[in-house]
Design a protein around this ligand. Structure first.
Ligand code: NAD
Length: 257
């Protein structure tokens, strides 16, 4: 008897944080995983740590040819996860256009490019998961480009879900609240801000990358076979409260005296 093919997954932005935890989780589910990241050294270190079944590739979500090349080399894929993201904070009145463009390029245009080329690389019946954010639905001061980009990501996922449904390809988003990763390390340097996040999280703690990876794995599984175009809030209930005033905390830190 010919053994069934192992499921093949691609985790974009898989070298750190939520993406790295997703590599772990999908590998435990029995997937062969490609870790693709702009930080090639970090992706290679991840693949070396896992050994068989996990391979690394360099990929920059802002460069279409780079996304296309990795998708072509990894196809056929059963699961594609896009975790690549960054945030350059700043009040709208002061934000440099270049900073706005960098966040939009990575978070929003990057998601478009991943969806565009995943459409060709994924098998009929496959699952695509994009990491959006609590900020897709909650505005935060000093986070204009990130909030706008993530709102766009959640809407892009809905459009992609409609367009790929005839092939049985499901497209869903997760909208994490505050998760301890390298991306949020800076919060710890602004007095009071981390506590603000916790005060606005009914379950009373920050998320772990594994919390989010578990939801991504759920969306990658047959347990969600009838779910597409959804955006799952995974944030300890933080979507039910308000977003911290990040700019106010930063200004207090900068104030003389
Ligand atoms: N940490 C949080 O609180 C939080 C909350 C909501 C949403 N998110 C989202 O979760 C995702 C993962 O973030 P994280 O917190 O794990 O951060 P992280 O910094 O640990 O991981 C982000 C990864 O994306 C990669 N990346 C950045 N630019 C890239 C590019 N141009 N091409 C390819 N890869 C690129 C980085 O190298 C890194 O490995 C992001 O989309 C982020 O916006 C995070």
């Amino acid at each position: 008897m010919i053994p069934a093919r192992r499921r093949a997954a691609l985790v974009v932005g898989g070298a750190s944080g939520i993406g790295l935890a997703t590599v772990w989780a999908l590998q435990l589910e029995g997937c062969d995983v490609v870790v693709a990241d702009v930080n090639v050294d970090a992706a290679t270190a991840v693949a070396d740590e896992f050994g068989d079944g996990v391979t690394a590739m360099g990929l920059d979500v802002t460069v279409e040819q780079s996304v296309a090349d990795v998708m072509t080399a990894s196809a056929p894929l059963d699961v594609v996860v896009n975790c690549a993201g960054l945030s350059i904070p700043g009040a709208i009145a002061e934000l440099e256009l270049s900073a706005w463009r960098t966040t939009i390029d990575v978070c929003l245009t990057g998601t478009f490019l991943v969806l565009k080329h995943a459409a060709a690389a994924i098998v009929d019946g496959g699952s695509i998961i994009c990491v959006s954010s609590l900020n897709a639905r909650q505005p935060g001061t000093g986070m204009a480009s990130y909030c706008a980009a993530k709102a766009g990501v959640t809407m892009l996922v809905e459009v992609a879900a409609l367009e790929l449904a005839p092939r049985g390809v499901r497209v869903n988003a997760v909208q994490p609240g505050f998760v301890d990763t390298p991306l949020t390390e800076g919060v710890g340097f602004i007095p009071g801000l981390r506590q603000d996040y916790l005060d606005n999280t009914p379950l009373g703690r920050a998320g772990t990358p594994e919390d989010v990876a578990a939801t991504i794995t759920f969306l990658a599984s047959d347990q969600t076979a009838w779910m597409t175009g959804a955006a799952l809030d995974i944030g300890g209930g933080s979507h039910l409260q308000r977003y911290p005033d990040v700019l106010d905390r930063v200004r207090a830190l900068m104030a003389p005296g």
